[in-house]
Design a protein around this ligand. Structure first.
Ligand code: GLA
Length: 730
């Protein structure tokens, strides 16, 4: 039994294979957060100590106990306005203007059979997945919080969300509804977050937490954003890739989000994460409820690599749709960097034939095939093929591409509308924009009001018509601007604070309908590269274009940063032409292949323009990818280059530990420099492995001590070492 409840003590323990999560409703009825760490099998609540800290008020029921304060006790879902002066998990406004909320424990319910949060993506689970729901009640307002916990034992993951229900008689306006709040009363902590920008996403940064202060990692762009991923890690200051305690907080949401990390007067650290409260307001009439997105939590006592692997496993198994889990995905060639907007059917067919000769398996026709679109200024919303430009219909093109032996994929950007489009001319009110104000434009486009059902229906019908008409196996779903002027013509003035979240609910609903209607069409998410790389999108899109930056050396950083929370199988990664279109850098084709292989693998260039020698290399890369695909996409991933400045190295090990692939890229070759020694991980010490590159046989124990790559030469050389257990060697 992974959920233990001590009824008398009102103590709740949730256990996964290695971890335990505890909370307790105390004698006041306040739900205290007791423990999240290694499995203990004991009541950990004796660690909660109280003292009169001064200026920490006491709830009325405890007015004689100056040591009992909501401001100093570890809270499971913090209140507002009633004496906890740290970050609140929830903010409300009642009809009389009162802004306080004060939770008391009101019971629990065991859950079995995973349910998805209403209207939102959620971990999939199955009929056996166990969960717990704890009810907290605010007697005065009638606002109840149902704290929902689901256990994913194998992956050491606990999923939290909250349903706020108005059981009172008046309207309650929510101003904040976090998915998770957690207090850490003991020990110094550091936080890692993943910032970035277009073409350089998910850059890890690690920092201390200011005492008496608060760090905020956030997006208010209507998308999870390039600038701040909805994922943070709290860790012991001594934690490394290989050791130390760390806690992950990943929000399964693709819109505005806020992760607050604060340290109070006594050194207690609080994390609160959820939908961004700024600009958010949600009216709950009596009987109505609001469901927060899920937060995916994990703990590792063995460093960051283990924490990352917990996320990789849970995303592969419980987030990505079963249809695409472990599915072999076609090696694609994308038309974007090959021809941008300049193509017709003949050019695409030439590209297809050249791609087929090298072993590529799918042509993706990127932007520019619809409306009057010959540059990025028009036609979004007019999802009708530009037959004049192509020289044939989409159906005909898809058939001819298939005749060359390739599958066919298509780019769309459904949530957008160009002012210069037939759609906008017919429905100017479909775009989000403030009344009486000229809207912010970005790439000359506006954003559709996705919360409106008629807009979802229009997009569903248009996209369905295309998918029914032409032979299409793949869609690239783009999102190329931040959301501003988030005012919806469909909502009354006092509900405009709902527009941004309703936008996300609308997008999710459309994706839900399309993936149900076309289960065999794979959708790759994209947002100017990786601007919406989050667990919410991964629920619908088994892979996401990691970045518009295809420079292999920069990609090393981007993919490494992404790997802290997300699996390799989700990272869209292509070999592109050199000099690279973003940086002008030239990197050997072999190295570009090694980098792109640690991802979904494909090409973003015109294969016809390659030299004969390059064509041979590409053929070999594709063959190698097919050989390693199962290992790369389903294996255990380890970052190996902690603190190294001159190289990046990583490896994947098969779950059985009988095979591994080590990848190494020198990012700075030094004359007469130190030899890099890469200490491998994850291998079985007793097992004897054969190194495919040198033919040597070596024990796992020796490999764990490291392999030396010797003196490197040239620009950005790469080495790949495949290891195979001797007895199973094929
Ligand atoms: C975004 C994507 C690119 C490409 C262009 C097309 O920037 O990230 O890969 O599809 O849009 O306009």
């Amino acid at each position: 039994m992974s959920i233990r409840i001590n009824e008398k003590e009102r103590l709740f323990s949730l256990e996964t294979i290695h971890t335990e999560y505890q909370m307790k409703a105390d004698e006041t009825g306040v739900l205290l957060h007791v423990w999240y760490g290694l499995k203990t099998g004991s009541d950990m609540s004796s660690r909660i100590r109280t003292a009169n800290r001064g200026f920490c008020g006491n709830p009325y029921e405890q007015q004689t106990r100056f040591d009992y304060s909501l401001d100093t006790l570890p809270q499971e879902y913090s209140t507002d306005g009633v004496g906890d002066f740290r970050s609140a998990a929830v903010k409300v406004k009642l009809e009389n203007g009162s802004r306080s909320v004060d939770w008391r424990y009101a019971g629990y319910r065991l859950l079995k059979g995973k349910e998805k949060p209403q209207g939102l993506p959620g971990l999939r689970g199955n009929a056996e997945t166990e969960g717990l729901e704890i009810c907290l009640e605010d007697k005065v307002s009638g606002l109840n919080a149902f704290l929902i916990y689901w256990l994913f034992e194998e992956q050491d993951v606990i999923v939290r969300s909250v349903r706020l229900e108005n059981r009172g008689t008046e309207v309650i306006t929510l101003g904040k509804a976090a998915s998770v709040c957690m207090d850490f009363p003991y020990g110094k902590k550091e936080v890692m977050h993943f910032h970035g920008r277009h073409a350089m996403e998910r850059v890890p940064e690690r920092m201390g937490i200011p005492q008496g202060g608060r760090l905020a990692f956030e997006s208010r762009r209507g998308m999870s954003s390039h600038q701040s991923n909805p994922f943070i890690i709290l860790c012991d200051p001594a934690a490394t890739e290989r050791q130390g305690e760390c806690w992950g907080f990943m929000l399964m949401y693709s819109g505005n989000h806020l992760e607050e990390v604060s340290m109070d007067q006594t050194g207690s650290v609080r994390v609160v994460s959820g939908i961004h409260p700024e600009g958010f307001e949600w009216k709950l009439a009596p009987g109505e409820n609001f469901q927060t997105p899920e937060a995916i939590l994990s703990f590792s006592a063995e460093g960051l690599n283990v924490l990352s692997r917990n996320y990789h496993r849970v995303i592969r198994k419980e987030v990505i749709a079963p249809r695409w889990r472990n599915a072999k995905k076609p090696v694609l060639v994308n038309s974007w960097e090959a021809c941008y907007f300049d193509f017709d059917a003949e050019k695409l067919l030439d590209l297809s034939k050249a791609a087929k000769d090298l072993g590529m398996e799918m042509l993706v026709l990127d932007d520019g095939w619809f409306g009057k679109r010959n540059d990025d200024t028009t036609s979004l919303g007019d999802w009708v093929c530009n037959e004049g430009k192509l020289g044939c219909s989409l159906k005909e093109l898809s058939e001819r591409i298939h005749e060359t032996g390739l599958k066919f994929g298509l780019w769309v950007e459904p949530e957008m509308i160009s002012p210069d489009s037939d759609l906008y001319r017919a429905h100017p009110d479909w775009a989000l924009q403030d009344p009486g104000r000229l809207p912010m434009v970005s790439r000359r486009q506006l954003v559709l009001d996705m919360g409106r059902e008629e807009i979802q229906d229009y997009l569903f019908n248009r996209i369905s018509a295309i998918l029914n008409d032409a032979q299409i196996e793949y869609i690239k779903w783009d999102f190329n601007r931040s959301v501003a002027n988030c005012w919806s013509g469909a909502l009354p003035a006092d509900r405009q604070g709902e527009a941004a979240h309703r936008f996300m609910l609308g997008t999710y609903r459309l994706l839900e309908r399309l993936t149900a209607a076309f289960p065999d069409v794979m959708i790759e998410g994209c947002s100017g590269g990786g601007g919406r790389f989050d667990a919410g999108m991964l629920y619908y899109c088994p892979q996401i274009w990691c970045s518009d930056n295809t420079d292999a050396i920069e990609r090393l950083e981007i993919q490494k940063g992404t790997s802290y929370g997300y699996p390799v199988c989700a990272m869209g990664s292509h070999v592109s032409a050199c000099p690279n279109h973003q940086t002008g850098r030239t990197v050997p084709l072999e190295t570009r292949g090694v980098v792109a292989q640690t991802g979904t693998f494909g090409y973003e260039l015109n294969p016809a323009k390659l030299t004969d020698e390059e064509k041979q290399t590409v053929k070999q890369q594709i063959e190698a990818f097919h050989r390693y695909e199962t290992l790369i996409e389903g294996g255990d991933y380890y970052r190996l280059d902690e603190g190294e400045e001159d190289y990046t190295a990583w490896m994947v090990v098969s779950p059985e530990k009988d095979e591994a692939l080590v990848s190494f890229v020198a990012t700075h070759v030094r004359s007469n420099g130190a030899f890099p020694l890469v200490r491998l991980q994850g291998l079985e010490p007793e097992t004897v492995y054969r190194r495919e590159d040198t033919g040597e046989t070596v024990t796992g124990a020796a490999l764990l001590q490291g392999i030396s790559f010797g003196q490197m030469h040239g620009d950005y050389p790469a080495v790949q070492v495949r290891l195979k257990e001797m007895k199973n060697e094929k």
